[in-house]
Design a protein around this ligand. Structure first.
Ligand SMILES: NC(=O)C1=CN([C@@H]2O[C@H](COP(=O)(O)OP(=O)(O)OC[C@H]3O[C@@H](n4cnc5c(N)ncnc54)[C@H](OP(=O)(O)O)[C@@H]3O)[C@@H](O)[C@H]2O)[C@@H](O)CC1
Ligand SMILES: [K+]
Length: 493
């Protein structure tokens, strides 16, 4: 898994690389710029395009100057360079790159005041004004410049980070920086890119490797990690010879109401396809025919509290909440689940019940997994005005209550009692449809039944769920939750 390091740590990584490799900052800037150009050319291969490269005073601007040189050298002859000279500061490598451009007789126009900026006749703009060196919010000339650039209304490609977006620590709700269509970022995605608010700053991002010392980066203490396929492969339980259904655990799913039986069936399907040895659905009797018809592998347990508790020791895991409602009967079911002394996954209406009665929240056994979406999370832990503050709450609650909180989003954040946030990279907007969360709960329960730890079950559950969705979205505008559940078993192979 990749450590998502802060801007300060990224700076340490470039210093470390320079000290331990025969490479200078200028060389690193060359590598970064060449990597940017290679990526840019994949999207824009028409050499006749008119490009405007805006370069600031620091090393981000230095990259911009080198990028302009490389673009001109590779045939983009309509490249205009705008050098932002709002202050006399200029980094050493910025100076070197400016001199190299001038040596080629490339025209460089200077902007001393935002109001000096004339009409820009360009098809694409490259933003190399400010990068990871941003040390305060944009104001004055820089804020005005950003506004003027945004008003041009042509695609903007940002170098490393859009000007005005901090790399970490949250995104201001009144973001006033440059709005990029795409950001080509160096070595690591920046943590703020994973927050929904960053959409104001960049529609998408792509990471390019610039050869910083990976061992050093991975050794840095990071609070955020990005999951990778190899992490998941390592933890999936092998299907061993001589194993049988008892080997892979028994999951009990307390889900559904007569009018929301689909949620229970989807949860059961996720659980079966994630490999649980046995799955019992505790649903209203009116759902039995549908259960037998759609998932003959699943067993049925009536909604009889006596029967549920008498069989408690049979279950490796209990998942509760999908389509459950928050009525009194559901509350009793949740209370019973909390008393069962087994591994729990709490979703949907079971989370809403915890929000209504905080005494129940205090009774969650350590190791419980909660799988809220944003609204359920805020109902439970209070309203938040930003994702940054929501995540801070999630990390604090996960730590103090010894929980794993799977906060669902385009990039799902898995906040664990180790105080770390694990980011799931898989998944896509074609999956934005009812029932997806129910399937995820079932998958996680299925993995817990197979003895994965809560953290590993959350990692693998989220990753496989998103990966199955990504695969299906290749050929489909929208991905159905029931199809996704079936695909999960294939992704695990
Ligand atoms: N990681 C790597 O290995 C590599 C990184 N590389 C590149 O380096 C970039 C980082 O470069 P960097 O550190 O020079 O900072 P950068 O973003 O150019 O800004 C510094 C200037 O901005 C100014 N300034 C800041 N905030 C401001 C504000 N709000 N309003 C106004 N001014 C403000 C600040 O002025 P000061 O406040 O210090 O007076 C200073 O002049 C990085 O994003 C990547 O592109 C690659 O070249 C090579 C490998
Ligand atoms: K930039």
């Amino acid at each position: 898994m990749q450590a998502i390091i802060s801007a300060v740590q990224m700076h340490l990584a470039d210093e470390y690389t320079i000290t331990h490799e025969p490479v200078t900052l200028f060389d690193l800037m060359e590598r970064a710029s060449a990597a940017f150009v290679k990526c840019f050319r994949k999207d824009f291969d028409d050499r006749g395009l008119r490009l405007a490269v805006f370069c600031g005073p620091g090393n981000n601007g230095g990259d911009g100057l080198a990028i302009a040189r490389m673009l001109i050298n590779s045939g983009y002859l309509n490249t205009a360079v705008y050098k932002i000279n709002f202050s006399p500061n200029q980094s050493e490598d910025n100076k070197t790159n400016e001199a190299l451009l001038k040596k080629m007789h490339a025209p460089v126009r200077y902007i001393y005041k935002a109001e000096d900026m004339q009409f820009i006749a360009a098809d694409v703009l490259i933003d190399a004004v400010l990068g990871s060196g941003l040390n305060k919010p944009l104001s004055g000339e820089y804020a005005q410049l950003a506004q003027k650039i945004n008003a041009i209304n042509i695609p903007v490609y940002a170098v490393d980070i859009p000007t005005g977006l901090p790399a970490d620590g949250g995104v201001d709700e009144n973001y006033n920086g440059i709005r990029a269509q795409k950001t080509i970022t160096f070595q690591r995605p920046k943590f703020n890119f994973f927050l929904p608010e960053s959409l104001a700053a960049t529609q998408e991002f792509e990471v390019v490797n610039i050869g910083l010392d990976e061992d050093y980066i991975q050794s840095l203490p990071a609070g955020h990690y990005l999951l990778e396929e190899k992490d998941i492969r390592k933890i999936l339980p092998p299907r061993k010879r001589f194993s049988h259904k008892g080997t892979y655990g028994h999951a009990l799913l307390i889900c559904g109401q007569p009018q929301t039986m689909g949620a229970a069936l989807l949860c059961a399907s996720g659980c079966i396809h994630a490999g649980a040895g046995l799955v019992t659905a505790c649903i209203p009797g009116s759902g039995l025919t549908a259960l037998n018809a759609s998932l003959p592998e699943a067993m049925y347990l009536p909604r009889d509290i006596g029967q549920i508790t008498s069989t408690a020791e049979d279950y490796k895991v209990v998942a509760i909440g999908c389509g459950l409602d928050t009525n009194d009967e559901s509350k009793v079911l949740l209370e019973k689940a909390l008393e069962m002394q087994t591994q729990l996954v709490i979703d949907a209406d079971a989370i809403n019940l915890l929000a209504k009665d905080k005494n129940l929240l205090d009774k969650l056994p350590p190791g419980t997994i909660l799988t809220p979406h944003i609204k359920e999370f805020d109902r439970l832990f209070g309203n938040h005005t930003s994702w940054h503050s929501r995540l801070q709450t999630a990390v604090g609650e996960a730590f103090s209550r010894r929980l794993t909180i799977v906060l669902k989003n385009q990039y799902t954040f898995i906040c664990h009692s180790d105080k770390k946030i694990y980011i799931n990279p898989t998944g896509n907007p074609a999956m934005a449809q009812g029932g997806m969360g129910d399937v995820l709960t079932g998958i996680i329960a299925g993995l817990l039944a197979q003895k994965l730890s809560p953290l590993h079950a959350a990692w693998a559950g989220c990753y496989l769920h998103g990966k199955a969705g990504d695969r299906l979205a290749r050929n489909s505008y929208v991905v159905k939750a029931s199809a996704l559940a079936e695909q999960v078993a294939k992704e695990m192979k």
